[in-house]
Structures are given as structure tokens and as C-alpha cells.
Design a protein around this ligand. Structure first.
Ligand SMILES: Cc1cc2nc3c(=O)[nH]c(=O)nc-3n(C[C@H](O)[C@H](O)[C@H](O)COP(=O)(O)OP(=O)(O)OC[C@H]3O[C@@H](n4cnc5c(N)ncnc54)[C@H](O)[C@@H]3O)c2cc1C
Length: 326
């Protein structure tokens, strides 16, 4: 009959976890109060790169995800994943991050090639993901496994444990209520999507995630470019701040001047679900197991496949233990 799993949440964490579980033979339902297109995940830029998360397991999850995204980029043209070469730079001298040096085409940037005002930088190729398209791709894969997201607000995880053998909690900031987690903190992000200037297109990404605000980055995605950003701790304001949007465009145009006059296509705002470390562990609720997978901060895409693989490993161990108990 198979182990019945309910995944709560249909952002990156929920869809990726549901997919990996379904493809491994679990009988999965996905329940979420918002469809994928209205999640934080849909508002993200996004590119691969560990950011705003100090979790010690981060590097393993990130590398596993990078490898999967590289495969998807090479095999699934409709998924919205492309491999883009670009520069990460910092205004202050900082050591090169350990995750970067192991990348296949990592290279330290020559001082003469750094934008004005920057102290250090390094080149590498990263998966860049058109998030709305990528979420549609994940949903389509789920659909092929016989699943569609069921839209419903969950009021308690206990309600879910009564309907399944295992519950996987991927509710992001919703875990403030569902898991009574007071350590979750929204970190507001805002992006501007512009048309990629056809006469002088941006082909490389740039990112200054900076140890300090403001963060500045742009990610080319074919005929558009995503410009960021900000990291406003504690803000839950989902309204577009147009002054900030202007400032973001100006900061990006200081690095790539053609972005200064590019047509604005869209504004995006989202709240990163941050906590001191990702919560990926089993909790027993009313005698039934809940696997938590939330709190990915600014690295939810970067860790998505690695975290989903850890969810699968926990689910398999729980299923084996349940079989032994008979
Ligand atoms: C502007 C911005 C840029 C970003 N850029 C990047 C980037 O470049 N790279 C990167 O790796 N990450 C990036 N991130 C971070 C990334 O977007 C998040 O870490 C990730 O989206 C979190 O995904 P999630 O599935 O855990 O949560 P979410 O996407 O928030 O999904 C949570 C789901 O849970 C559901 N839910 C919540 N409560 C309930 C309830 N009570 N009942 C039922 N369902 C519920 C919601 O409806 C939703 O479906 C960015 C974020 C922002 C905002």
C-alpha cells in the first residue's frame, strides 16, 4: 500500500520534498494555503549561492543542489534553469568563501577588473533560476506523479498526522504558528525585474551580498534581468517600496550602466523565512512523526535538493522502523 505522506507547503521546500518522496514510491499529498505562484519562493531572484544562513550542514546541501540544478539545466530546457558566469564582489576585504573555491571554474578577480569601490571578488558559474517558471516545472513533475497541490489552510500539524503516516512540514514562515517556532524571523527582500536591453544585453551575473546592507545584485535570465535587493530584518511589509526600487536600479546601473534605462517589467517582494539554522529533523506529534524542513532564510533554492534528500532519508528510516513494529 505504501507509506502515506502529507507535505504541508507548496514553495520550493514543499514541492521539492514532495517530488523526491513521490519518485521514491511514497504516497504523497501536498497541502498548502497558497499556490506555488504566490509563495516567497516565487518572489525570489534566484541564483545558487549560500547566503543568509550559517547552518553547518549548508555546504553539503548546497553542493548536492548545485549538481542537481546543473543536470536540470542540461536536460530540461523548459525548467527555467541556466548556467551563468559572473562575479561576486565585496566592498571590504574578506576571505573568499569556502563554498566558492571548490567550484569548477572558480577564479579570483584581478583588481583591475573589479567595479569601482570594490576590494575583492571572484568569478564562478552558478545556476540562475527563473523562479515562476521553475515552480511550474516542479508542479508539472508532481502532476506526472499523479499529484496536484490541494489548497487548504492547515490549522495544526496534529490534524495532518491523523491523515498520514508521516507529515513533512515545509510551511516556511507559517511554522511560527504551525510549529510554535518563535525563532523564525522574516527578512524582507525586494527585486525589480527589467527587460534585458536588446542592443547591449547583460550576460553575466553580479552579486554583492555584502556582509552589510545594501545588497546589490543582478541576474540575467534571457530577455529579462532581475535586480536586487535588500535584506530588511523583521519587516513584514509586502508593499512595493518604489524609492527602494529606484535605489536598487541605480546601484545596479553603477555596475552595468545599460540597466539604468532598461524598461521595468515587474516588482517583487518576499519575506525570507530565517532562523538561526534550518530546522530539518523529526518531531513526534501525537505519537506520529513530523519531519520539519523549514527556515532556509536566503538560501532556500540553494539548499532545496539537498534538504529534500535529507527529508527522504528520514522518511525511509521512519518507514522501515514502522514496518519492523508491524
Ligand atoms: C527577494 C528574495 C530573493 C531571494 N533570492 C534567493 C536566491 O537567489 N537564492 C536562494 O537560494 N534563495 C533565495 N531566496 C530565499 C528563498 O526564496 C527562500 O528560502 C525559499 O523560497 C523558502 O521556501 P519555502 O518553500 O521553505 O517557503 P515558502 O516559499 O514561503 O513556502 C511556504 C509554503 O507553506 C505554505 N503555508 C504556510 N503556512 C501554512 C498553513 N498554515 N497551512 C497551509 N500551508 C501553509 C504557504 O502557503 C507556502 O505554500 C530569496 C528570497 C527573497 C524573498
Amino acid at each position: 500500500m505504501g507509506t502515506r505522506v502529507i507535505v504541508v507547503g507548496a514553495g520550493l521546500s514543499g514541492l521539492t520534498s514532495a517530488l523526491i518522496l513521490a519518485e521514491a514510491g511514497f504516497r504523497v499529498r501536498v497541502i498548502a494555503k497558497e499556490p506555488p505562484s504566490r509563495t516567497t519562493s516565487a518572489a525570489a531572484g534566484a541564483d545558487w549561492g549560500p547566503y543568509l544562513s550559517d547552518d553547518r550542514r549548508l555546504l553539503g546541501w548546497s553542493e548536492q543542489t548545485r549538481q542537481t540544478l546543473v543536470t536540470i539545466a542540461g536536460t530540461e530546457p523548459s525548467a527555467g534553469v541556466t548556467l551563468v558566469h559572473g562575479l561576486e564582489a565585496e566592498r571590504f576585504p574578506v576571505p573568499t568563501p569556502t563554498w566558492a573555491v571548490d567550484l569548477p571554474d572558480f577564479a579570483v578577480c584581478a583588481p583591475a577588473d573589479l567595479p569601482p569601490g570594490y576590494a575583492v571578488g571572484w568569478w564562478f558559474t552558478a545556476p540562475v533560476v527563473d523562479m515562476p517558471r521553475y515552480l511550474e516545472y516542479l508542479e508539472a513533475r508532481l502532476y506526472r506523479e499523479g499529484m496536484a497541490v490541494e489548497l487548504e489552510a492547515v490549522s495544526s500539524l496534529s490534524d495532518m498526522t491523523r491523515q498520514a503516516d508521516i507529515v513533512v512540514n515545509c510551511s516556511g514562515l507559517g511554522s511560527r504558528e504551525l510549529a510554535a517556532d518563535a525563532s523564525l524571523l522574516p527578512v524582507r527582500g525586494q527585486l525589480v525585474v527589467v527587460a534585458n536591453p536588446p542592443d547591449n544585453p547583460v550576460t553575466r551575473f553580479f552579486q554583492d551580498h555584502g556582509s552589510r546592507e545594501p545588497v546589490t545584485y543582478y541576474l540575467p535570465q534571457g530577455d529579462k534581468v532581475i535586480l536586487g535587493g535588500c535584506a530588511q530584518e523583521g519587516s513584514e511589509n509586502l508593499e512595493v517600496d518604489y524609492d527602494l526600487a529606484e535605489a536598487i536600479i541605480a546601484r545596479c546601473a553603477a555596475i552595468a550602466p545599460q540597466l539604468g534605462t532598461a524598461a521595468v517589467v515587474e516588482h517583487r517582494v518576499g519575506l525570507r523565512p530565517s532562523r538561526p539554522s534550518v530546522r530539518l529533523e523529526v518531531e513526534w506529534v501525537d505519537g506520529r512523526p513530523v519531519i520539519h524542513n523549514y527556515g532556509h532564510g536566503g538560501s532556500g533554492l540553494t539548499m532545496s535538493w539537498g534538504c529534500a534528500a535529507s527529508v527522504l532519508a528520514l522518511a525511509r528510516a521512519l518507514a522501515v522502523a514502522a514496518d519492523r513494529r508491524g
